[in-house]
Design a protein around this ligand. Structure first.
Ligand code: IMP
Length: 190
């Protein structure tokens, strides 16, 4: 039976976004971040594996690419968080919707986020994770919008600083769509 063609999930010509960071630029930056992380954690002793902890769902594509550039023993886990408010106005109220599958006590945790916007989500998450007594905890975020900061957040590994625009692609969504764009775009005004 002939396979029917799959319609593309997005169309560069007609969909309402403008490319901000190309797929090639993302690939280069992710490789750089992976190399830095590898070098920084290289001194860990035997049995001191890194837990790479992805924040669902936005970090999934970034995390999948990043871990293939980290040349160290590591395990993966995920945490789901919901930030109340609409897509563009964060209320600062954050809730865990899906917890880790394993304890992180005495583990070296690298949290992987898609974007630090107001900073409320990451601030809450880092405080929550710290109470679980990891050996260390660091943050890697693909994007940072400093103009929107309401909380001071230290980002150990940052992909790109971006202007105050709502962005989609490479894991980031608007109303759950466009996570599968291979580049990062901002939503154009109609
Ligand atoms: P916060 O404002 O730093 O707490 O960010 C909360 C969450 O809002 C992020 O983890 C993203 O999932 C989402 N978010 C913030 N800015 C954008 C954006 O420009 N595009 C898509 N999602 C965003």
């Amino acid at each position: 039976m002939a396979a029917s063609p799959t319609p593309p999930a997005w169309n560069r010509e007609t969909d309402p976004f403008v490319e901000l960071i190309s797929a090639e630029a993302i690939t280069r930056r992710v490789a750089e971040l992976g190399a830095r992380i590898t070098a920084d954690y290289a001194e860990l002793g035997a049995g001191e594996d890194v837990v790479v902890l992805g924040v669902l769902k936005g970090s999934v594509i970034f995390m999948a690419d990043l871990v293939r550039h980290i040349a160290l023993p590591l395990t993966l886990d995920f945490i789901g968080v919901a930030s109340y408010g609409d897509a563009t106005v964060s209320s600062g109220v954050v809730q865990i919707t899906q917890d880790l599958t394993r304890p992180i006590e005495h583990k070296h945790v690298l949290v992987v986020e898609d974007i630090v916007d107001t900073g409320h989500t990451v601030h809450y998450l880092m405080e929550n994770l710290a109470t679980r007594k990891p050996a260390s905890i660091k943050l890697c975020s693909l994007l940072h919008k400093p103009e929107r900061a309401e909380r001071q957040v230290h980002i150990d590994y940052l992909g790109f600083t971006i202007p105050n625009k709502f962005v989609v692609g490479y894991g980031l969504d608007v109303a759950q769509r466009y996570r599968n764009l291979p580049f990062i775009g901002h939503v154009a005004q109609p």
